[in-house]
Design a protein around this ligand. Structure first.
Ligand code: 1PZ
Length: 215
């Protein structure tokens, strides 16, 4: 066989899971296209994949423990919901019917938050790869300002910007991730490619139900 043994790293495990998810999205989209259903994503597969991301938090240091508990709580809600509901669009339809899409703690609101977390990492990797001179703090600040800050309260934004000063250096992050500059670049690109269709798919779920994305 052509099986090549590559050392698995936390990042490569995450990447592989998201590539699987993106693949399932594509194949379902093709299969359902004649029905006009536009594809679907299973909530159990999605929420399990999102839960893998939490290993990255330990690489960022103690100050981001509060971000971890926030993210983990939201993913956990979706994992629990997946025992009752099969697909992402099911939970949206339910919250639309109940008028609870943006209600604190609703599945649709938590899905939106988890999506923002995935996008934040994608934006961070994009910044991280854009230049070697960029510190992790600068990359993370730019990514956070683009993706999450507009939707967070002043108190949360202030805490996050203060926490940025405790981030490890770029080289230390690579050590924590057990990646080299080269392997990190490859895995970060793969993450960006695999998550983008998933993120866009989630956005379409809201937009197609006339829900704005300014929250
Ligand atoms: C990619 C890593 C960059 C490093 C630095 C960026 C850290 C960002 C930290 C964000 C902290 C968010 C704290 C609390 C936010 C809550 O106000 C919101 C709203 O919750 P709701 O009102 O709906 O109950 N919660 C969230 O947005 C969910 C948590 C998102 C955190 C995602 C972080 C993902 C980064 C992973 C990095 C390994």
């Amino acid at each position: 066989t052509t099986t090549k043994t590559r050392a698995k790293t936390p990042l490569s495990e995450i990447v592989e899971a998201f590539e699987e998810l993106a693949k399932s999205l594509n194949s379902r989209r093709i299969r359902n296209s004649d029905k006009g259903a536009g594809g679907e994503l299973r909530l159990d597969a999605f929420s399990k994949t999102c839960s893998l991301v939490s290993v990255l938090f330990s690489c960022l240091g103690l100050a981001f423990r509060f971000a971890e508990s926030e993210y983990v709580a939201k993913v956990h809600d979706l994992v629990e919901a997946s025992k009752e509901y099969n697909t992402l669009h099911t939970i949206l339809d339910l919250d639309v019917a109940n008028g609870t899409v943006r209600t604190s703690g609703s599945h649709s609101r938590n899905l939106r938050r988890v999506r923002q977390g995935l996008d934040l990492i994608r934006a961070l990797f994009e910044q991280f790869l854009s230049t070697n001179d960029y510190s992790l703090r600068e990359a993370a600040t730019t990514a956070y300002s683009q993706v999450c800050a507009p939707y967070h309260t002043w108190a949360v934004r202030t805490a996050v910007y203060a926490g940025m000063y405790t981030l490890p250096t770029r080289d230390q992050l690579l050590l924590n991730l057990n990646e080299t500059e080269h392997s990190a670049e490859k895995n970060m690109r793969r993450y960006m490619n695999a998550t983008l269709p998933v993120i866009e798919y989630i956005d379409k779920l809201y937009i197609s139900r006339n829900i704005r994305l300014d929250w």
